[in-house]
Design a protein around this ligand. Structure first.
Ligand code: AHR
Length: 489
């Protein structure tokens, strides 16, 4: 199969924000307890954070981490997780039917994020919580001192303000499963009022309003329009969430699912621009794709997990090689929309639908999806180019006619990187590059992720079963992820 890619120096899409490579940690399952935090673990540091996990997070390169939920945040009392641990309440956690000990809260998590080299993207509770709770949290986190809330932070051991810049106004408020689920009108109003008060408390922050939980929500479209009509001037981003799964064991169709993400972003951008026009606003609404991933492997086993326990093993998807190819296609799609999508979070980071897995008390390892994420986070920061790709296409089932190859090109200084997934299950691709205006680029590295078996996984015993290897510089092997790095003259 012939694959030709044209990229021209003079035709950029835009800057790839480093925050496109964000992730997410929720108080859910073993993400926090047994994941990032495990005081008795042999690698635990002075704060009980697992250093084996921290090392993998740093290798992944995650500049921003959304916290503490997710569905969890819609019933969360943030005060529960502050102050002396012995006084923190244990609570029934209604989103995931678990017991929350509150051993880790905002204070500890921002310290973990600092050690991981990430910034925190804080979500506030607009389910059972009020606009006042939300502005109180901003004051607790970001006000220097001399007020009751900021002094409480200081007396809890954090003299300096946390300086949390980016805040989510609730989570998936369009979903009937959400505690405190609201209509678009109701949510638009509380988002507007919470946003006003939060920005009064700290004018430097930026805010994300909830969009739809997926493009298949019955309210999709109407929800975005109504919410934005209520809070367009007060917020800076609108969120999108999407999860995919190979439920009918049709790999060719599954590999095409990034077409849905592509359309979702295009549709939401159009809605934002329609509201912008109606409001005669000069402001462009940017997008935060703050939950994306493959999620389906654990659906059945989760039904059998005992309720009301601490840190049950929920949402522990073991990712296959084909999931990594899908993650690669989704990353390329986000990069191609970098002019609009300024933040994105792989959901989630550790144990819960995650690139990093741990044994409680034992080993930590990289799942298959770790590899395309790490590669993109490392090598695709810069200016994305508006590429023209010529390759065969195939019938992607529910996702329609789909190109056999998904690709993006990013230039940074004297380095140009091409990311490409060959979706073909049978044919290698012969790549020809036409890099216009770049002189004669020299190939530095061709990394590929390939395995004969689409269902291959990594485990604690075989953590390198699916791992990158060197390519020949021009062949995009059938069903493979590729990173081609060039030095520009
Ligand atoms: O990431 C798992 C869950 O998926 C989150 O809690 C929720 O926001 C979404 O439905």
């Amino acid at each position: 199969m012939k694959v030709s890619l044209i990229a021209d120096k003079d035709y950029p899409i835009g800057e790839v924000s480093p925050r496109l490579f964000g992730s997410f940690i929720e108080h859910l399952g073993r993400a926090v307890y047994g994941g990032v935090y495990e005081p008795g673990h042999p690698t635990a540091d002075d704060q009980g954070f697992r250093q084996d996990v921290l090392a993998l997070v740093k290798e992944l390169g995650v500049p921003i981490v959304r916290y503490p939920g997710g569905n969890f945040v819609s019933g969360y009392r943030w005060q529960d997780g502050t102050g002396p641990r012995s006084l923190r309440p244990r609570r029934q956690e209604l989103a995931w039917n678990s017991i929350e000990t509150n051993e880790v809260g905002i204070d500890e998590f921002q310290e973990w994020a600092r050690r991981a080299g990430s910034e925190v993207m804080m979500a506030v509770n607009l389910g059972t919580g009020t606009a006042e709770d939300a502005r109180d949290l901003v004051e607790y986190c970001n006000f220097p001192g001399g007020t009751a809330l900021s002094d409480r932070r200081r007396s809890n051991g954090f003299e300096q303000p946390f300086g949390i810049r980016t805040w989510c106004l609730g989570n998936e408020m369009d979903g009937p499963w959400q505690m405190g689920h609201r209509t678009a009108e109701e949510y638009g109003r509380i988002a507007c009022e919470a946003a006003k008060m939060m920005k009064m408390a700290d004018p430097e922050i930026e805010l994300i309003a909830c969009g739809s939980s997926s493009s298949s929500m019955p309210t999709f479209g109407e929800w975005e329009t109504t919410v934005l009509k209520n809070c367009y001037d007060q917020v800076d981003y609108l969120s999108l969430h999407s999860y995919y799964g190979n439920r009918s064991d049709n790999s060719a169709e599954f590999l095409a699912c990034s077409r849905d993400m592509d359309k979702f972003i295009t549709d939401v951008s159009a809605i934002c621009d329609a509201v912008k026009a109606i409001r005669h606003s000069p402001k462009t609404m940017y997008l935060s794709f703050d939950e994306w991933n493959v999620w389906f492997h654990s659906n059945e086993q989760d039904k059998k997990i005992e309720k009301w326990t601490v840190a049950p093993p929920l949402l522990e998807d073991i990712y296959t090689f084909e999931d990594a190819l899908v993650a690669g296609c989704l990353l390329i799609t986000l990069i191609r929309h970098c002019d609009r999508v300024k933040i994105a979070c792989l959901a989630q980071l550790v144990n819960v639908i995650a690139p990093i897995m741990t044994e409680t008390g034992g080993r930590a390892w990289a799942q298959t999806i770790f590899h395309p994420f790490r590669d993109a986070s490392r090598f695709a920061r810069g200016t994305a180019l508006d590429c023209r790709l010529d390759c065969p296409s195939y019938d992607g089932g529910a996702y329609g006619e789909t190109p056999a190859v998904e690709a993006a090109a990013v230039v940074s200084g004297n380095e140009l990187t091409v990311l490409a997934v060959n979706r073909s299950l049978t044919e290698d691709g012969e790549l020809t590059l036409d890099l216009r205006g770049f002189g004669t680029p020299e190939l530095v590295e061709h990394r590929q992720l390939w395995h004969e078996d689409l269902k291959a996984v990594n485990t604690a015993d075989q953590p390198e079963n699916v791992a990158p290897s060197a390519g020949d510089g021009h062949t995009l092997r059938r069903h493979s992820w590729n990173v081609l790095r060039y030095r520009l003259a």
